[in-house]
Design a protein around this ligand. Structure first.
Ligand code: CA
Length: 223
């Protein structure tokens, strides 16, 4: 993959660049947000690994401007933050996935493989649609078949994560990390419980199910 790495910690940059190149990826590394944005707009990348805390423009701002310019390049956020609100903000802005620092290098490679399978569909402003489901990421409003769904912040975060990755199976580990930050074994149950609560609002009242369980693998949202 042709990758853009935006990260300002020199040690992390050299470690990641070396590892990614050893795994056959081409890497352009930049150390601040302005360079990241300029390069992301002028070149074509298969994915961008974007640190949230960057000097100059931070990762949020880079992502926001990139999406505003109509670029759908998959973005993997690197973040030390572990609040669900921060992750929702990133997903609202158009991030495709998250990795919480510190992470295992193998996990980064796995996430990149998943990102490379995403359809290269252009973003459609603040409105995300999956079948008759509409998510207004600006107002945090969710409608299905014209009917408004009242979701909690965690249910909304889960739905947004699935919608940003529609058609792609998300593992319980990925979901747990994206919603709660760090993964613990007991959170596997928490993921299932959260999925059940979301499903009760999202699918149960309607004729067709959008949220599917892939036995032993995870969950997928698709029409
Ligand atoms: Ca940083």
């Amino acid at each position: 993959m042709q990758l853009l790495l935006a990260e300002d910690e020199p040690k992390t940059v050299s470690y990641l660049t070396k590892g990614l190149r050893e795994n056959g990826h081409a890497v352009d590394a930049v150390g601040n947000g302005a360079d990241a944005l300029a390069l992301a707009l002028s070149e074509t990348f298969d994915a961008i690994i974007l640190d949230v805390m960057l000097p100059g423009l931070d990762g949020w701002e880079v992502l926001k401007r990139l999406r505003a310019a109509g670029r759908a390049t998959p973005v993997l956020f690197l973040t030390a933050r572990d609040h669900v609100e921060d992750r929702v903000r990133g997903l609202d802005l158009g991030a495709n996935d998250y990795l919480i620092k510190p992470f295992a290098f193998a996990e980064l490679l796995a996430r990149l493989r998943n990102l490379s399978r995403l359809p290269k569909t252009p973003p459609s402003g603040s409105l995300l649609a999956v079948g008759d489901l509409e998510i207004d990421t600006l107002r945090h409003r969710v409608r299905r078949a014209g009917q408004e769904l009242k979701l909690t912040s965690k249910e909304y975060a889960l739905l947004l994560l699935l919608a940003r990755n529609r058609g792609r199976v998300l593992s319980r580990t990925l979901i747990a990390e994206a919603i709660w930050g760090l993964f613990h074994d007991q959170q596997s149950n928490a993921v299932d419980a959260l999925v059940r609560r979301l499903r009760a609002k999202l699918d149960t009242p309607f004729a067709t199910a959008l949220l599917q369980t892939m036995r032993g693998t995870g969950y997928v949202l698709d029409a």
